[in-house]
Design a protein around this ligand. Structure first.
Ligand SMILES: Cc1ncc(C[n+]2csc(CCOP(=O)(O)OP(=O)(O)O)c2C)c(N)n1
Length: 601
């Protein structure tokens, strides 16, 4: 059989045995393509059978499936005629690593952030009902995603006004790292049910063969076992939200998932199917180290150093003599906080995928005099905007935000760009914003935060080229990197210093603080100012400088366009936005010429 020709329509003609073989085929394609291009290997391997079963049972794209985060959709993409695009997964011209409604009608939304799937699905289901349509709606939610607050907002709504939809709980016990929190413990307890369910099935099958009394015995035993099961694990949680709970089932048994899905779709209530899956299933290294294989990069020889590592190490250093707490929302590995967690388990808090909670929680810690650090990727801090504004900054509390993966992010693409933080954070009173150009400056800024008793955001990209000499950090003071006796000054924020320092014929300044601005330095500049930032231009550093100088200087700003960019290479994105030595040098040269001509007139 040519499995390459299988798609969401003709998959329905496969036998159950063929579905098993097809799942193995998809699994090997996923391994090949992800090892080559990088991506979310372990999560995808765990979701193969459930994806096959959903395509077998549902009629997509009319029926809708919303994937939480969407990092587990590789099998779905392969089934939905994207095998060619998958060859170039996460690279320019190839498939996105996440669902994309631009890429395919089988993806209802573009997503990449966690916890929103049930709300999106509920919106679809309610609209379906309003329009009198007959589509089936499914949300696939990981146990990690189930730690997100938004899931509970949706459950609360669903419980109030039931709408027909099915939630597939893809429970592999893992977020990126081991899943944490009370809900995760609850799922573990529900897992115990699997033994009861299996035992019940065999027992029922045996009993029913008894002549005459078999059927009545089955009924009595079933009732008793259900009671034991309930009192043992108290599995009423979902039922209190009006959901019918099915499971748990083996999430790698296609036939079992197919029957469960059919059952749940027929239910007159919204339903949840609990599937037990294994992250990395079928690929030994990923099964053994699911965190390491959550997201992998294609092997490449990078000469870049890790900012995240510097951050983690500096926190360990300052924790020796300072009362600090370090908080993450399920991103300890990516932030390089794992070693801190090992050394200081009492001062480390993984609050699960709950950015809003993490921010307010830090406000609570800070109020009691603990220096709180919230490490977070720029794109995920968007979730906590109000908490930053209302709980931390309005109360002027000394929380430090360590904002990693700021700026253009590369292969993760549009959902993960960290290009908005300077703009949305600049709006907030009481918040100082700094951006280091290298690791040693990041370390100095973190040490500076110990002396700074107000909210502080330090935003940095994943890696840097080389350490430079960093002068003493003072709030709102910039560092002149190169002084030149000309009328052009380049003000570079964070990583853009890498290119700025190669510019000749202009004074180059490391604009270490985006807020407050170094007004004394700005007041002393005559001539043209060129601002560089790895952020959208709208509301960012350049616009703050322009507002401040208010016409005194000509200001040319280079940064990203205020648009959603699905650029898959950080380097390309920076170059397209003009943040490359060649382009900046050209601007400097033409400004110098212009100023020279003006002088001669
Ligand atoms: C708001 C938000 N915070 C953090 C992340 C980063 N992230 C991507 S996948 C993931 C773990 C999700 O776990 P789960 O839902 O159980 O899926 P699994 O990978 O285990 O299949 C996290 C934390 C994100 N995508 N969105």
């Amino acid at each position: 059989m040519d499995f390459n020709a299988i798609n969401s329509k003709n998959i329905k003609s496969l036998s159950e045995d063929e579905l098993v073989l097809y799942s193995e085929f998809l699994r090997s394609r996923i391994i090949d393509v992800t090892l080559k291009n990088g991506g979310h290997l372990a999560s995808n391997l765990g979701a193969v059978e459930l994806t096959v079963a959903l395509h077998y049972v549902l009629d997509m794209p009319s029926d809708k499936v919303v994937w939480d985060v969407g990092h587990q959709t590789y099998a779905h993409k392969l089934i939905t005629d994207r095998a060619n695009l998958m060859q170039n997964l996460r690279h320019d011209g190839g498939a996105s690593g996440f669902p994309s409604s631009i890429e395919s009608e089988y993806d209802p939304f573009i997503t990449g952030h966690s916890g929103n799937s049930l709300s999106l699905a509920l919106g679809l289901a309610r609209a379906r009902d309003m329009l009198n349509k007959n589509q089936r709606v499914v949300a696939v939610v990981g146990d990690g995603a189930f730690t997100s607050g938004e899931i509970y907002e949706a459950l609360n709504d669903l419980g109030d006004r039931p709408s027909k939809l099915v939630i597939i709980l893809n429970d592999n016990k893992m977020s990126i790292s081991h899943n944490v929190g009370a809900m995760s413990k609850y799922f573990n307890k529900l897992r115990v049910n699997k033994k009861f369910v299996d035992a019940k099935r065999t027992f029922k099958a045996d009993l029913s063969t008894l002549p005459f009394i078999g059927r009545s015995l089955v009924k009595i035993v079933t009732k008793t076992k259900d009671k034991i099961k309930e009192s043992f694990v108290g599995n009423k949680f979902f039922e209190r939200f009006g959901l019918k709970y099915y499971g748990p089932y083996d999430g790698h048994n296609v036939s079992e998932i197919i029957s469960a899905t059919r059952l749940a779709l027929e239910s007159d209530k919204p339903a949840i199917i609990h599937l037990l899956t294994k992250k990395g299933k079928g690929y030994q290294p990923a099964e053994q180290q699911p965190s390491a294989y959550h997201g992998i990069s294609p092997s490449s020889k990078s000469e870049q150093k890790s900012m995240s590592k510097v951050c983690g190490n500096t926190l360990i250093e300052i924790a020796k003599s300072n009362e600090i707490a370090v908080v993450t929302a399920a991103m300890a590995d990516g932030l390089c906080f794992d070693e801190f967690a090992r050394r200081y388990p009492d001062r480390f808090f993984d609050v699960a995928i709950a950015e809003q909670h993490a921010v307010s929680y830090c406000a609570g810690l800070a109020k009691m005099g603990i220096k709180a650090y919230f490490g977070v990727y720029s794109t995920f801090l968007q979730r906590g905007f109000d908490q930053v504004l209302h709980d931390v900054c309005l109360n002027d509390l000394p929380v430090t935000f360590l904002i990693d993966r700021a700026g253009a992010v590369g292969a993760d693409g549009v959902t993960h760009q960290g290009i908005f933080d300077l703009s949305y954070l600049s709006l907030i009173p009481n918040l100082a914003i700094a951006s280091p150009s290298c690791g040693s400056e990041l370390a100095e800024l973190i040490k500076f935060s110990l002396t700074y008793n107000h909210p502080l955001a330090i935003r940095y990209c994943k890696s840097y080229k080389e350490d430079t000499l960093c002068d003493k950090i003072e709030l709102g003071k910039w560092q002149v990197v190169k002084r030149h006796n000309s009328s052009v000054t380049v003000l570079a924020v964070g990583a853009t210093n890498d290119v700025a320092k190669h510019i000749s014929g202009a004074t180059v300044v490391n604009a270490r603080f985006v807020k407050p601005l170094d007004t004394a330095l700005l007041d002393g500049i005559s001539g043209t100012i060129i601002t560089l930032e790895d952020n959208v231009l709208h509301g960012g550093f350049g616009s703050a400088v322009r507002d401040y100088v208010n016409g005194k200087n000509k200001v040319i700003s280079l940064g990203h366009k205020n648009e959603f960019s699905d650029e898959r290479s950080r380097q390309n994105m920076l170059e397209k936005s003009g943040i490359c030595t060649q382009r900046i040098q050209k601007i400097v040269d033409s400004e110098l010429l212009l100023l020279e001509n003006e002088k001669n007139i």
